[in-house]
Design a protein around this ligand. Structure first.
Ligand SMILES: C[S@@+](CC[C@H](N)C(=O)[O-])C[C@H]1O[C@@H](n2cnc3c(N)ncnc32)[C@H](O)[C@@H]1O
Length: 227
């Protein structure tokens, strides 16, 4: 089954990453942090918070149950958050409780056609690009670029098979047999810092950093919409 079709079905239950900011993680977050090799609190404080102003307009790809979304909303009291997901996340995120500050779009492709142009200050995802084939990542980054304000930033976690190899497949929770399978048959796609940076650059993004070095298994890229 192509990975994009698998993705559309797999997370129907609402994927949860737990309580992102509490100094002591709950069990859900603790399990994830063991696999990724890093602290979600630290990721939020170093990879998201520095890019947020009180009135920021934020776009999140793949909100799932909304662990990161709810945390972002706390930091943009005069701003807004748009989410795009294959799932209808509004049943979990309850946008009617945010007085118009949270807009949840359910999508069926990577066209981003539901989003306004030149609008967002910050574009974020966690646990999403690692499951999307490089061709899909290309579509996403290409179609979102014009949705960003000039000078807007994007920060995304993605799979990095070079880091994974050093960190350990078993420790990272990724089946070793994926090495023998094509990308369309696995849920942890082949990617690394040079592939991701070259792709983003070819589409017109400025690569600020291919990896923030906040987690050991994956990379987290920082991009900017330049002039
Ligand atoms: C593993 S969950 C991660 C949820 C959340 N970001 C977290 O870390 O807790 C991935 C989510 O991204 C969504 N998703 C994956 N690829 C997507 C794409 N290309 N377009 C829209 N949604 C996507 C899935 O439907 C799912 O809800």
């Amino acid at each position: 089954m192509p990975t994009s079709n698998w993705l559309k079905q797999e997370f129907h239950y609402g994927y949860d990453s737990g309580n992102i900011l509490t100094p002591i993680p709950n069990l859900t977050r603790w399990r994830e942090e063991r696999r990724i090799g890093g602290s979600y609190r630290n990721v939020f404080l170093k990879a998201i918070k520095p890019y947020l102003q009180e009135n920021s307009r934020v776009l999140e790809l793949g909100a799932g149950l909304g662990a990161w979304s709810r945390t972002i909303l706390q930091y943009i009291p005069q701003g807004s958050l748009h989410t795009i997901d294959y799932q209808d996340v509004s049943e979990w995120l309850k946008p009617n409780q945010y007085e118009g500050r949270l807009i949840c779009h359910q999508v069926n492709d990577n066209s981003a056609s539901c989003l306004p142009e030149n609008y967002f200050d910050f574009f974020w995802s966690m646990g999403v690009l690692c499951h999307n084939n490089v061709g899909d990542i290309e579509e996403i980054l290409k179609n979102i670029l014009s949705k960003m304000k000039v000078g807007g930033f994007a920060v995304h976690q993605y799979s990095d098979w070079e880091k994974l190899e050093k960190y350990g497949w078993k420790r990272g929770g990724v089946p070793l047999e994926f090495k023998q399978k094509p990308d369309d048959e696995i849920w942890w796609v082949r990617n690394n810092q040079s592939t991701m940076s070259a792709l983003a650059e070819s589409l017109g993004w400025e690569v600020i950093s291919p990896d923030l070095n906040l987690v050991k298994r994956d990379s987290i890229i920082v991009l900017k919409r330049g002039e």
